[in-house]
Design a protein around this ligand. Structure first.
Ligand code: SF4
Length: 411
């Protein structure tokens, strides 16, 4: 059973904790936790002064759950350490914690609630996109940080606390950046850096205590995890072991690509191309089955592409409108697209394009070579994305269209 963050009162009679550990379930923060449990000289506080908090995106690997439940939770329970598992229950949560749920608040935890509540996957497909791998990890800021911050504020009750993060010795810059979020109440602490432990040291320590590692913790579709070849190989092996997980990832990418061909999960490249190259037939077959079972939609996609202020030859930002025009089976939607294609192409209104992956787009406006420019097309994809546009989009579109005479006749 879950409780709202605003009702968080399970241990309300206890003093506020001095130390809060953000436990990301990965090798780094797990090693800190285990060392604190095993070696009292590694800490300067009592375990009843500690609260461990963990935010669930809803898309963690099953293997992480299994290792943590078998090896770590029993140790936490034996030591009576309080573990809070939290998640967002909806896309937007308030600073006060409305929309955040506490999945479990226990000093004897037995279960890891990796299913979360409103999952990052749900958020991404509803928006018809993927987690963005450029710049700040906004997916993490929202799916984890937004859930953790109000809960930490609630349990620490306005008292000063030490906020422990699992940055390892090679992550000093991340620690420096994190310390920029210190306040009168919060002081960031980074024990692995103090101990001089790199990731390998953390893994070795965990193995020495529980006989195994806990593996890399991440969302099953994390674009950062695809960043290098060896990580990719590891994830592909996990997909091979559980093709349904790989198929769900491909479904997310497939939808995002239909709405924006540049949205490949592997730094802009398409995950599906890499899986094909590696002949991952189990995952690809599972994806075909998932796709065939999905209700589909005919999407109307409009995009306004604006120039950079300091360099008008480069793209600065884009505004997008996605509208669902029709829903049905994949075959029905494809048939409508084909009919539209024949009828309207005859009038020179729409232009058909077949992508490298076989996907069809019917363009009403193609983007021009100079910014600002606009584009509009129709495409068929799984009916998972919701209508989405900025409140002012139609107004912007009308202005952009009027300023684009070469295409305005076909609006
Ligand atoms: S694991 Fe990856 S996808 Fe998931 S929240 Fe973190 S950065 Fe985003």
């Amino acid at each position: 059973m879950t409780i709202a963050c605003s009702d968080l009162s399970v241990y309300v009679d206890e003093p506020a904790p001095k130390v809060v550990l953000s436990w990301g379930l990965g090798e780094d923060s797990t090693a800190i936790l285990l060392r604190w449990l095993e070696d009292p000289t590694s800490r300067d506080f009592e375990l009843n002064e500690l609260v461990v908090v963990s935010a669930m995106t809803g898309n963690e690997w099953e293997s992480t759950r299994a290792e943590v439940e078998e090896h770590v939770l029993p140790r936490l329970a034996a030591a009576g350490v309080r573990l809070l598992q939290v998640a967002r229950a909806r896309r937007h949560v308030t600073k006060a914690g409305d929309g955040v749920v506490v999945l479990d608040d226990s000093r004897s935890p037995t279960r890891l609630y990796i299913e979360g509540a409103f999952t990052l996957y749900d958020e991404m497909v509803e928006a018809g996109t993927i987690p963005q791998s450029g710049g700040a990890r906004m997916c993490s800021v929202h799916s984890k940080g937004d859930a953790l911050d109000p809960v930490i504020a609630k349990v620490t009750r306005g008292q000063p606390y030490r906020h422990v993060m699992g940055f390892e010795a090679g992550e000093r810059r991340r620690a420096e950046k994190d310390s920029g979020y210190n306040t009168d109440l919060r002081t960031g602490e980074y024990p692995l850096i103090v101990w001089g432990w790199f990731r390998d040291d953390a893994i070795a320590y965990t193995e020495s205590v529980i006989g195994t590692g806990v593996g890399k913790s991440a969302c099953t579709f994390c674009p950062f995890a695809f960043a290098n070849k060896s990580n990719r190989a590891e994830i592909f092996a996990r997909y091979a072991a559980d093709p349904a997980v790989g198929a769900q990832t491909l479904l997310m990418e497939h939808l995002a690509l239909a709405l924006n061909p540049a949205q490949g999960l592997v730094g802009g490249r398409r995950l599906i191309d890499l899986l094909r190259a590696d002949e991952m037939t189990g995952v690809l077959d599972a994806f075909d089955d998932v796709l065939a079972a999905q209700p589909h939609a005919l999407y109307d996609v409009r995009r306004i592409l604006r120039p950079r202020t300091n360099d008008p030859t480069k793209l600065g930002n884009a505004a997008r409108s996605v509208r669902v025009r029709m829903r049905g089976t994949r075959e029905e939607m494809d048939a409508i697209l084909t009919r539209l294609s024949k009828e309207e192409r005859a009038q020179g209104v729409l232009e058909r394009e077949v992508g490298a992956d076989g996907s069809v787009r019917l363009y009403r406006h193609r983007r021009g070579p100079v910014f600002p420019t606009i584009e509009r097309y129709f495409a068929v994809a799984p009916a998972l994305a919701a209508d989405k546009a900025h409140d002012n989009f139609n107004q912007w579109w009308a202005s952009a269209l009027a300023a684009t005479p070469a295409v305005s006749a076909a609006a």
